[in-house]
Design a protein around this ligand. Structure first.
Ligand code: CO
Ligand code: ZN
Length: 336
C-alpha cells in the first residue's frame, strides 16, 4: 500500500492535467477483467464493478494544487498564478516540477520584505536557473502547469509527501477495485478531476452515475500538533467519518450507518467537524434530487503543502471500513 501511495504521489497532476494519474490507474487495473472503465468529457475516470443491487459511487479526486506560468521576465524569472488553494506561507523556497519535467525554486522579492508578513503570490517568482528570457523560453511557456516537487519521506507508519490530497483517496479506491470481495451492490469507483478548483469533476460524474449512495474519500486536517486549533481529529486514531464541514452537513442516517459498520467490525474511527474546506461529497450530495452521501476523511497534517503527513494505519482502516460498507446490502437499510 505504501508503495502504491509513493507512486501515486510522485505524479504531477494539477487540476485539468490529470491524464498521467488516469494512465497510472488504468495501468494498475489492466488485469481486472471484471471492471468496466470509461472516461468522460471532463476527464473523470469511471470504473464500474457491476452488481444487481444499489448504485454506490466512491469518489476520490486525482488533481492536485499547483502553479501556472503567466509571465517570463527579461532576466528569465517566471511569475505565476496558483491552481487551487495554494497558500503563500506553504511554498516559499519549495522546489517546483513542471509537467514537462523542468524544475525550479520559488522565491520572493526581498526589497520590501517584512519579517512579520508573508509575501503575496504576486510578489513571488520561480527561478528555473535561466540566464535570460530567451533561455527560459527554451524550457517553459505561458500557460505551462506545474506542481510541488515530489519528496516522499518514509517515517515508518507515517509518511510525508506532496498531494496526499487526494492521491491517498485514489490509492484507497484502487486497493478496493483490485481486491476481490463479494458484493451485491453496483459499485462505481470514480476518480474525479478539478476538485481543487471547485469540485467540477464530481459535478458531472455524479450526474452521469446518478448513485443511490455515495462516499467521498479525501483528506482532512488534524488538531494534534502543538498549539493547533481545537479539532478532534488525530493522526493514527482511525478514519474520520465526516459530520460537517464548510460545504456539507452529512445526514444522520448516513453517519449512523457508517458508525455502526465501524463498530460492528471493530474498526477505529473518529467523527470530523471541520471548520473550513469541503470535498467532492458536497457536490455529490446535491446532485439531481439529492444523494445520500458520506465522507471518509484521512487525517492529514500540513494539508496543501509539500509535506502533507498521514498514518498508514488510518489508510488501511479506511480500506477496511469502506469494504464493509460496500459489502452491506443497502436495500435492507431504512432510508437508503
Ligand atoms: Co485539497
Ligand atoms: Zn482533497
Amino acid at each position: 500500500m505504501k508503495n502504491l501511495v509513493r507512486e501515486l504521489t510522485s505524479i504531477i497532476g494539477p487540476s485539468s492535467y490529470e491524464e498521467p494519474v488516469v494512465d497510472f490507474i488504468k495501468k494498475t487495473l489492466k488485469n481486472k477483467k471484471d471492471l468496466e472503465i470509461k472516461n468522460d468529457p471532463l476527464g473523470n475516470l469511471i470504473v464500474r464493478k457491476k452488481g444487481k443491487g444499489k448504485k454506490i459511487m466512491l469518489d476520490a479526486h486525482m488533481d492536485e494544487i499547483g502553479f501556472i506560468v503567466k509571465h517570463i521576465d527579461k532576466n528569465g524569472f517566471l511569475r505565476f498564478s496558483v491552481v487551487g488553494g495554494l497558500f503563500p506561507h506553504n511554498i516559499i523556497e519549495n522546489h517546483v516540477l513542471f509537467v514537462n519535467g523542468v524544475e525550479g525554486v520559488i522565491s520572493y522579492e526581498d526589497k520590501n520584505f517584512d519579517w512579520k508578513s508573508i509575501p503575496k503570490i504576486d510578489e513571488m517568482f520561480i527561478d528555473i536557473g535561466a540566464t535570460d528570457k530567451k533561455d527560459a523560453e527554451k524550457k517553459v511557456h505561458i500557460g505551462l502547469l506545474g506542481g510541488m516537487k515530489p519528496t516522499f519521506v518514509d517515517l515508518g507508519d507515517r509518511i510525508s509527501t506532496k498531494s496526499l490530497d487526494d492521491r491517498i483517496g485514489c490509492a484507497i479506491l484502487l486497493k478496493l477495485a483490485l481486491d476481490d470481495f463479494e458484493s451485491e451492490n453496483d459499485i462505481y469507483f470514480v476518480f474525479t478531476t478539478q476538485e481543487e478548483v471547485g469540485l467540477r469533476g464530481a459535478k458531472t460524474s455524479a450526474y452521469s452515475v446518478s448513485p443511490d449512495f455515495a462516499i467521498a474519500v479525501d483528506v482532512t486536517g488534524t488538531g494534534d500538533t502543538p498549539e493547533s486549533h481545537i479539532f478532534e481529529v488525530k493522526l493514527g486514531m482511525g478514519p474520520a467519518i465526516k459530520v460537517l464541514d464548510y460545504g456539507m452537513v452529512v445526514r444522520k442516517p448516513v453517519i449512523d450507518f457508517m458508525v455502526d459498520v465501524a463498530e460492528n467490525n471493530k474498526i477505529p474511527y473518529q467523527l470530523e467537524i471541520l471548520r473550513s474546506g469541503s470535498t467532492d461529497g458536497m457536490m455529490i450530495q446535491t446532485n439531481k434530487e439529492g444523494v445520500l452521501t458520506g465522507v471518509v476523511s484521512i487525517p492529514t497534517r500540513y494539508v496543501h503543502s509539500q509535506a502533507e503527513m498521514c498514518d498508514m494505519n488510518d489508510v488501511e482502516n479506511s480500506v477496511k471500513l469502506i469494504k464493509e460498507i460496500l459489502k452491506t446490502d443497502l436495500s435492507k437499510i431504512k432510508g437508503f
